[in-house]
Write a protein that binds this ligand. Structure first.
Ligand SMILES: NC(=O)c1ccc[n+]([C@@H]2O[C@H](COP(=O)([O-])OP(=O)(O)OC[C@H]3O[C@@H](n4cnc5c(N)ncnc54)[C@H](O)[C@@H]3O)[C@@H](O)[C@H]2O)c1
Length: 385
């Protein structure tokens, strides 16, 4: 069985998580680290026992011939770095969201096709042990026919939350609901409808965003509908980050913190006899070692990549799926600003918020702090002082 050769491009927070997962997997070997900051490679190199370091991407690829380059960098660097690595015809795994707009995402997928390389987007929750247990119960018919999906973020300022946690949330929804055909959004900022002045650069380089409170109604394949709540809470609350599947014969519940649960009654009646939720056992790859230091969800991403390459098929979190997530996010913004139902995939691939600003003679929004805490302070003052 082939051992896949891995290059890690970006050795800070998410690069460390990715490297630990590739290091722990028996079928992958990290052959090189690459970063502009040598100290970060030194630090990570000690953790994953890799002393081959580069500050130049081309040198890394030419000298070490990786099968996959992981690109765990800030979102605004995804597009140029994906294009750079794909030019070499190497498979990539890029952190989520795939890019900051659809023009970029289309270009990345076109380049991958031209170079016959695979694109994977790091939406690790979609293949996590707890999500696999939800998928199994659904496949085994435990809740009958899926009818409706409820999903919620963690309570970040909504526009930023969409690009950040929303990418995971939406990806979880499409795993079960299928692709989104159309959507309708409600969005407010400062207690009123949003205006072109509410279009802002996202914190953390995640593109252009709007909306303090956003709720979207989504139509998926197969008559499944869903609601996505992405609202600013007084405090970020990871308990709120949930996915719930409503079927004709029961419900499945998933939470980042509380795991996966099954309710085997057709209709929920809170009378104490019909609310017996059963905790599901997470499904781990058989060789996962919880003492390895690798996060189980990240490990599952690696395991799925190994299996996909072995079987010459797409990863569950492939580039097309990652781009569809971005289509949904851009569709949510478009519906919010024009007050219309948006059909997907959209013909116009330009960022709808930049277009809206231009239509109103405003040009690009002014710079904002990159750090979320500082950004939120500035934005709160703008909206409420
Ligand atoms: N999947 C998740 O659960 C999750 C969680 C948090 C963040 N994220 C995503 O992770 C990304 C941010 O990750 P981070 O905080 O580790 O990023 P970061 O920007 O802090 O670190 C990126 C590293 O890459 C290096 N780098 C940048 N350009 C380079 C180049 N041209 N050549 C070599 N090295 C280069 C930088 O020096 C830095 O060390 C975002 O896309 C975010 O959405 C995902």
């Amino acid at each position: 069985m082939k051992t896949y050769r891995i290059g890690i491009l970006g050795c800070r927070s998410r690069g460390t998580a990715a490297a630990k997962a590739y290091h722990a997997h028996p079928r992958t070997e990290i052959v090189a680290l690459c970063d502009l900051v040598p100290e970060r490679m030194e630090q990570l190199g000690k953790i994953v026992n890799v002393s081959t370091h580069f500050t130049d991407i081309d040198e890394m690829i030419q000298e070490t011939q990786p099968d996959i380059v992981a690109i765990p960098t800030a979102t605004d660097a995804h597009y140029p770095l994906c294009m750079h690595v794909l030019e070499h015809g190497v498979n990539i795994e890029v952190e989520k969201p795939i890019c900051t707009d659809l023009v970029q995402a289309d270009a990345v997928l076109a380049k991958a096709k031209e170079k016959n390389a695979r694109v994977v987007v790091h939406h690790q929750r979609r293949v996590s042990p707890t999500m696999q247990s939800v998928a199994k119960e659904l496949e085994d018919g435990k809740i009958g026919d899926l009818r409706y999906i409820y999903a919620c973020g963690k309570g970040y300022y909504a526009g930023y939350g969409l690009m950040n946690i929303g990418t995971h949330v939406v990806n979880n929804m499409i795993r079960f609901g299928g692709h989104c055909r159309s959507l309708v959004t409600q969005a407010t900022a400062g207690g009123r409808d949003i205006t072109p002045e509410d279009v802002l650069p996202s914190p953390s380089g995640m593109g252009t965003v709007t909306g303090e409170y956003v709720t979207a109604s989504l139509q998926f394949d197969n008559n499944v509908t869903g609601t996505l709540i992405q609202q600013r809470f007084p405090k970020v609350d990871s308990d709120a980050y949930v996915l719930e599947l409503y079927g004709s014969e029961g419900r499945l519940f998933w939470s980042e913190l509380k795991g996966a649960w099954l309710l085997s009654t057709p209709h929920y009646i809170p009378d104490g006899t019909h609310d017996q939720w059963e905790k599901l056992t997470p499904i781990y790859p058989e060789h996962y070692d919880n003492t390895s230091g690798a996060d189980a969800d990240d490990y599952c991403m690696v395991d799925e990549y190994v299996n996909a390459l072995d079987e010459d098929r797409e990863h569950e979190c492939n580039g097309e799926e990652g781009r569809h997530v971005l289509e949904i996010l851009m569709g949510i913004f478009e519906s919010a600003i024009y007050g219309t139902r948006v059909e997907l995939p959209q013909q116009n691939r330009e960022h709808p918020l930049i277009q809206w600003r231009n239509e109103n003679g405003l040009g690009n929004p002014k710079d904002m702090p990159r750090d979320y805490g500082t950004w939120l302070k500035v934005e709160t003052e703008r909206l409420y002082d």
